[in-house]
Design a protein around this ligand. Structure first.
Ligand SMILES: Nc1nc2c(ncn2[C@@H]2O[C@H](COP(=O)(O)OP(=O)(O)O)[C@@H](O)[C@H]2O)c(=O)[nH]1
Ligand SMILES: Nc1ncnc2c1ncn2[C@@H]1O[C@H](COP(=O)(O)OP(=O)(O)O)[C@@H](O)[C@H]1O
Length: 215
């Protein structure tokens, strides 16, 4: 327990903490993330997850996800290559150790987009990120956005809406998320996200400066 605490302190001092974004499918995580990565591409890096779902039009293998078969994904999990993995809406998703290491090796702040099972599992690791929840203004708005996105079959849409109810409840539990952002107006939500993550960046920079000043 004590060693774990020390390790967490040391990893926190080594640089800014990673950022976890979570929330219902359709809440706007990818939209917000893409805006952030465009504006701050030299600061943040996206942890590219593995998934067994099919790519959507416009998605790129290795950029949005690593698209793999169930057999390949299971083999990777068995070999201990994943920090966490989960089943969501009939598909497997997971964060590989390499996905996070690739970002950290470039000295970028690693951003993970994961579901609530991922949040629960990451909390058991030493990654020590800040946790940000992106929430829709209402279930009605969420359903409309998911339908208008036109990426899901009716079956997949219903699965996502069902999962969304749990994701919304989960975000209300005390002590899970550091920041909860309701994505009603996109620009307002983006400002809130920027404030939260830039604070992480600033805290990392201040730590580096003060540690060299103490030398
Ligand atoms: N646990 C976990 N969840 C993930 C991972 N990658 C994506 N997800 C989550 O899987 C869910 C479905 O993602 P996706 O199929 O891209 O659909 P979308 O969220 O509707 O765009 C979302 O809640 C994501 O946050 C991962 O590596 N691990
Ligand atoms: N604030 C917003 N107002 C209106 N539409 C939005 C807003 N944020 C996101 N959207 C749209 O809602 C849909 C779902 O957003 P997306 O980023 O794909 O969600 P997620 O990654 O959480 O599944 C997309 O079509 C996106 O363009």
């Amino acid at each position: 327990m004590f060693m774990r605490f020390i390790y967490k302190r040391l990893s926190a001092m080594a640089g800014p903490r990673p950022v976890v974004l979570s929330g219902p499918s359709g809440a706007g995580k990818s939209t917000l993330l893409k805006k952030l990565m465009k504006e701050y591409n030299n600061v943040f890096g996206f942890s590219v997850s593995h998934t067994t779902r099919n790519p959507r039009p416009g998605e790129e293998n290795g950029k949005d996800y690593h698209y793999v078969t169930r057999d390949v994904m299971k083999a990777g999990i068995d070999k201990g290559e994943f920090i966490e993995n989960a089943e969501f809406s009939g598909n497997m998703y997971g964060t590989s150790k390499a996905a996070v290491q690739d970002v950290q090796a470039k000295n970028l702040i690693c951003i993970l987009d994961i579901d609530m099972q991922g949040v629960k599992n990451i909390k058991k690791t030493d990654l020590n990120p800040i946790y940000i929840s992106i929430q829709p203004p209402s279930m009605e708005v969420l359903e409309k956005r998911l339908r208008d996105r036109k990426t899901e079959s009716e079956e997949s849409l219903q699965k996502r809406l069902n999962a969304a109810k749990n994701e919304i409840e989960f975000s209300k539990k005390p002590g899970i998320f550091d920041v909860v952002i309701v994505n009603d107006n996109l620009e307002d939500a983006y400002d809130q996200l920027k404030n939260a993550v830039l604070e992480v960046w600033e805290s990392g920079r201040v730590k580096v400066m003060s540690s060299s000043a103490n030398r």
